[in-house]
Write a protein of this length. Structure first.
Ligand code: SF4
Length: 207
């Protein structure tokens, strides 16, 4: 089940600024997405709407149908490294090997944004894991570890020896955001193998 599929520019992390089609999968294992359940959620600060199929191009599709949507949405026929980002919600609740193979067969690179609580099938070209406090991290290997900071009961330092190529700190976007930015800066100053990830799409208003 897909909440939405749309063309945009990746707003955060290593691929900031890269053109991409985002596929937002419905559902997550760390929150129902319903306001009435927010206090029980692991990510009580989540600001993503991943419920149902009501976004642009939302629906229930086969892998082949999704491939057709992607080919229609990619803006040029000159296909130079077309890229999709599988996000959510938690996309690994739904993605299987057939999906990955189908997407790669039409020439797309396929990226993943996940909370890391579920192991990933083989074949992703880029894996970004964003660990969440009070959940069990299972996916300990990938390209990019993006740590939303700060999180009570979760320390970035406990993650820096995991098998990732890049380590990002991204200030938590809540009512204390300006304070969170200062804390992130201070953390990176003391731990320079980490870099800052900014949610540029929010700053610039890119949908
Ligand atoms: S894992 Fe991501 S999508 Fe799911 S509740 Fe947490 S922040 Fe939201």
């Amino acid at each position: 089940m897909i909440k939405e599929i749309y063309f945009t520019l990746q707003g955060e992390g290593f691929h900031t600024g890269r053109p991409a089609i985002f596929i937002r999968f419905s559902g997550c294992n760390l929150w129902t997405g319903l306001e009435k359940d927010r206090e029980k959620a692991i990510c009580f600060w989540c600001d993503t709407d991943f419920v149902g199929t009501t976004g642009p191009n939302g629906g229930k599709y086969s892998s082949k149908q999704i491939a057709d949507i992607l080919l229609n949405l990619w803006p040029t026929s000159k296909v130079e490294k077309p890229y999709i980002v599988c996000t959510g919600g938690e996309p690994l609740l739904q993605i299987d090997q057939l999906f990955i193979t189908t997407i790669k067969n039409i020439g797309f690179e396929i990226g993943l944004e996940t909370n890391g609580t579920i192991l990933a099938p083989e074949g992703f070209d880029w894996i970004c894991v964003s660990p969440k406090a009070n959940s069990k991290l299972k996916l300990k290997k990938g390209n990019e570890l993006k740590f939303i900071y700060p999180q009570k009961n979760l320390n970035p330092k406990d993650h820096e020896f995991l098998d990732f190529d890049h380590f990002f700190i991204q200030p938590l976007d809540d009512k204390y955001q300006s304070q969170n930015v200062l804390m992130a800066k201070e953390f990176i100053k003391m731990n320079p193998s980490w870099k800052l990830s900014i949610q540029t799409h929010k700053v610039l208003g890119i949908p």
